[in-house]
Design a binder for this molecule. Structure first.
Ligand code: ARG
Length: 227
């Protein structure tokens, strides 16, 4: 069973037919096919995924999850399969939030348990001004109604959200180049599965399948050094 937080289009979401869809979903299904497994998906809040992997509920987690040193103490990761940064989203009419310094005294929304949350905590002078939501969409909606001044969230997801929700007057104020790499998380010590996943990633890249999936969801070529 593979865990994911399907609130993160275009990486993982539930499409209009109720099916799991997105870049991560297609990538993981392709990996599993190579290994000879069929993926059983489970949707859960992002903040709980690592714990469910540790308890053995999941065999793997793919969820736009950044490989970080602190997570590496709890789980193992595949080689990186995507490079990402953070974006600061504000109301379209906002003219005052232009750089990191402008966020010091602002109310910032984030998704609970994410690298965006950690970054937001560094940006504010009072940690009480960071509001953590179960999903990024909930934060965007509160930004829209003015309960928040900004949302810090992964750039490709925020960009995709804005394009799909043009009725919401929101925009990206600026990006923060965090240079994060997403990896597939595996239970600590399960080197056998980690190796199978890494080998499958290499093959998918060689065959052009990785580039095909990337192109479909991001409408551009993948960077040469990934995965
Ligand atoms: N990349 C960020 C992190 O690892 C956010 C991931 C959120 N993923 C999700 N499916 N909601 O913390």
């Amino acid at each position: 069973m593979v865990g994911t937080a399907a609130d993160f289009a275009p990486f993982e979401f539930i499409d209009e037919n109720g099916n799991y869809a997105g870049f991560d979903i297609e990538l993981m299904n392709a990996i599993a096919e190579k290994i000879g497994y069929e993926v059983k998906w489970e949707n859960a809040d992002f903040a709980g995924l690592v714990a469910s992997l540790q308890t053995g509920k999941y065999d793997a987690v793919i969820s736009g999850m950044t490989i970080t040193a602190s997570r590496q103490e709890e789980v193992d990761f595949s080689k990186p399969y995507f490079r990402s940064d953070q974006a600061v989203v504000v109301q379209a009419s906002n003219t005052t939030i232009l750089s990191r310094e402008d966020l010091a005294d602002k109310k910032i929304g984030v998704q609970l348990g994410t690298t965006g949350e950690l970054l937001a905590r560094e940006l504010v002078s009072d940690k009480g001004n960071v509001y953590a939501y179960d999903s990024p969409d909930q934060a965007f909606l509160d930004l829209n109604t003015g309960r928040l001044d900004a949302v810090v969230n992964d750039l490709p997801v925020s960009g995709y959200f804005l394009v799909r929700n043009q009725n919401l007057p929101l925009k990206i104020a600026f990006t923060i180049e965090t240079e994060e790499y997403y990896g597939i998380a595996i239970k600590k010590g399960n080197t056998e599965l980690a190796e199978k996943i890494n080998n499958a990633l290499v093959e998918l890249k060689q065959e052009g399948k990785y580039a095909e999936i990337y192109q479909k969801w991001f409408e551009t070529e993948p960077p040469a050094d990934i995965p």
